[in-house]
Design a binder for this molecule. Structure first.
Ligand code: HEM
Length: 368
């Protein structure tokens, strides 16, 4: 009986204690809610005073999203629904991307870059080197039929030579470092490992960035200066049908199709270089100077893609060009070092040009 009374007394003590505890919780919760409300009010004041009202996605993107059915936001969190539908909001970000809350680009582009684009770029360099080396081994060089005459004809000015090398050297460095940046992880990642890929990228990135501007400058000068040599002519088609007379077998052997200052192959190289070179320069500027160019995220992704695709074309053609100039065309390389070509080389490979300068008297021989 005594024990039951003691237990009852204990329970009586517990009642006020529990009441006290339960009366404390709402007070703390209320205090916290009050503090949060105060803070929110202050933040709203700051926001209203300083933060611009910006759409979280651009109205064009919102309209596009609606048009393409992407605005079908069923099942999304209400915030994302509102943003997808072009709702305005506030941001404390000062980044140029602050009005790009949601990436609207097609993520498939990134997958294309990681898969076939980076592999194609690697193939454009290594594959083309293998194919062309095999071709030169089987075909042999295009020899001067009558040998060297010893008389040298002016072909390129000193300025042209300087422009060529100030464009070509950065271009080769850009090709190598660009390949490392685009294909390093996706194509060589298994051999290099993560640390190797990181080290390669760290080395390639500054070289790529610093070579971009000299390349762009001298490439544009070259495009403007050499365009006049590369206008199409009626005889260019014939040049292609006999592969320029560079094949040393079958019905092609010994053929010397007509060619002006530039032959049809060089014209194809020049125009590919001009079109894709400009694409690479413009897309590169979007990536190198995102603030000045106002590059949005969608623009950046498009630029990466255009850049890579153009690089494939330039890389493949550069390999062919370097092979042609160094090993395939006997007597061709000296043109871009001394500026003079052998008279027999001019007659064999650029007969129309040679006849023209001979006829109009503008031919200039190197003094012996
Ligand atoms: C080791 C690398 C290179 C060598 C040995 C080389 C050699 C030559 C030679 C000998 C010529 C004169 C051809 C002629 O007189 O018909 C030439 C022209 C030219 N090269 Fe290169 N080149 C190299 C790299 C490059 C690169 C990387 C580019 C591109 C950025 C380039 C673009 C051009 C262009 C556009 C022409 C003028 C084509 C024309 O208008 O007829 N070269 N090169």
């Amino acid at each position: 009986m005594k024990a039951t009374f003691r237990r009852l007394l204990l329970l009586l003590w517990l009642v006020p204690l529990t009441a006290l505890a339960s009366s404390e919780s709402p007070t703390q919760a209320q205090q916290q809610a009050q503090a949060e409300a105060l803070m929110a009010a202050q933040m709203t004041e700051i926001d209203n005073a300083t933060m611009p009202q910006v759409p979280l996605i651009s109205s064009a993107e919102a309209a596009q999203a609606k048009g393409s059915g992407q605005a079908d936001t069923a099942g999304l969190d209400p915030l994302w629904q509102a943003v997808r539908q072009g709702e305005s909001g506030r941001t404390s970000s000062t980044s140029p991307f602050h009005n790009n809350f949601i990436n609207q680009y097609d993520p498939g582009l990134l997958q294309h870059r990681a898969s076939w684009l980076s592999t194609t770029l690697a193939m454009a360099l290594f594959g083309m080197i293998i194919v062309f080396a095999a071709f030169v081994l089987v075909n042999g060089a295009a020899k001067l039929e009558k040998g060297f005459s010893g008389r040298e004809v002016l072909r390129w000015s000193k300025f042209d030579i300087a422009v060529h090398w100030l464009m070509a050297i950065p271009c080769i460095l850009l090709i190598l470092t660009g390949l490392a940046l685009m294909a390093g992880r996706f194509v060589f990642g298994d051999w290099l490992g993560p640390d190797g890929v990181a080290a390669l990228a760290a080395m390639a990135k500054p070289i790529h960035d610093y070579m971009a501007l000299p390349f762009a400058l001298f490439a544009i000068i070259a495009m403007l200066r050499w365009m006049k040599h590369n206008l199409p002519a009626a005889y260019d088609l014939k040049w292609f049908t006999v592969v320029g007379g560079y094949l040393n077998f079958g019905p092609f052997k010994g053929k010397h199709p007509d060619a002006g200052f530039s032959n049809a192959g060089e014209k194809l190289w020049f125009w590919s270089f001009t079109i894709f070179g400009l694409a690479i320069i413009v897309s590169g500027l979007f990536m190198l100077f995102p603030v000045a160019m106002g590059t949005g995220r969608t623009d950046a992704l498009t630029a990466i893609f255009v850049h890579g695709l153009s690089a494939v074309v330039i890389t493949g053609f550069t390999v062919v060009h370097v092979f042609m100039a160094t090993v395939l065309s006997e007597g061709g390389l000296v043109n871009m070092t001394s500026g003079y070509c052998d008279e027999n080389w001019a007659k064999q490979h650029h007969n129309v040009w040679f006849d023209e300068i001979k006829t109009d008297g503008s031919i200039e021989y190197k003094s012996q």
